[in-house]
Design a protein around this ligand. Structure first.
Ligand SMILES: Nc1ncnc2c1ncn2[C@@H]1O[C@H](COP(=O)(O)OP(=O)(O)O)[C@@H](O)[C@H]1O
Ligand SMILES: [Mg+2]
Length: 235
């Protein structure tokens, strides 16, 4: 589905990611883990097209490098960004409408949003509420639902559990597992390595802009060795 090769990502003159390769097959959940500052968000930003990048990013064999952000949405890239970035002053419903901005058939969009309210009943209950009044966990659900309304071929999730209490984090990972069961293809960026490994098929570890380790999720066991390594890398 997604094939990234020799990807370099730049912030101005600074090269943050130094030529990485990664693949996500259809229906897989692939984790991109690593300490703070490793280049995870930069990698996702290169895939969505909001930063300068070199190399190849192929979605269904078509290179996205050089195409606009909007074109990439059209081709099936959607993201729940780091920090969620919901539109606080808009209603839950209007946030989802914006997620479906490229859907020309507005009646279909309304039906799709209703379907996501079945999936996320809490959001349905709060459809008329201002998004800024939702709890952190609900805002994260909204950010995920907003991305899904565009019916992406691949869903990018940037630190969905960041700042959430353990109980809420568990709910978010249950949602990710459930989406995977429904066939959604996911590239998951997380600092919560243990939980991410449990929902993933394959794992890449990014350190200082290079992939330092990779393997099938089973190779990482419960992730404790990796967590020790990441904590060491951070401290
Ligand atoms: N907008 C930016 N301008 C300059 N440097 C940036 C910017 N965003 C990220 N960086 C740098 O790029 C590197 C990778 O950052 P980032 O991709 O955000 O890491 P992660 O998401 O893994 O925590 C860091 O050294 C960070 O300081
Ligand atoms: Mg980040």
């Amino acid at each position: 589905m997604l094939e990234v090769s020799g990807l370099k990502v730049f912030h101005g003159l600074i090269e943050a990611v130094h030529g990485i390769d990664l693949n996500v097959d259809e229906g897989q959940c692939v984790a991109l883990l690593g300490p703070n500052g490793a280049g995870k968000t930069s990698t996702l930003s290169a895939i969505t097209g909001i930063v300068r990048a070199e190399g190849a990013i192929r979605l269904l064999n078509e290179n996205l490098i050089g195409t606009s952000v909007e074109e990439r949405c059209r081709r099936g890239i959607a993201i729940s960004p780091e920090g969620r970035r919901i539109f606080s002053s808009l209603s839950v419903y209007d946030n989802l409408v914006l997620g479906g901005a490229l859907q020309p058939d507005k009646a279909q969009l309304a039906r799709d949003i209703d379907d996501w309210f079945q999936q996320f009943p809490i959001l349905g209950d709060r459809r008329h509420q201002r998004a800024g009044t939702l709890s952190g966990g609900e805002q994260q659900m909204l950010a995920i639902a907003r991305a899904l309304v565009s019916k992406p071929r691949i869903l990018l999730l940037d630190e969905p559990s960041l700042g959430l209490a353990p109980q809420i984090t568990k709910r978010i990972f249950d949602i990710i597992r459930d989406l995977k069961t429904k066939g959604v293809t996911i590239l998951l960026v997380e600092q919560n390595a243990g939980a991410a490994i449990q929902v993933s098929d394959y794992v890449y570890v990014l350190n200082n802009g290079v992939i330092s380790t990779q393997g099938s999720a089973a190779d990482f066991g419960d992730g404790s060795a990796l967590i020790t390594e990441l904590t060491g890398a951070q401290g």
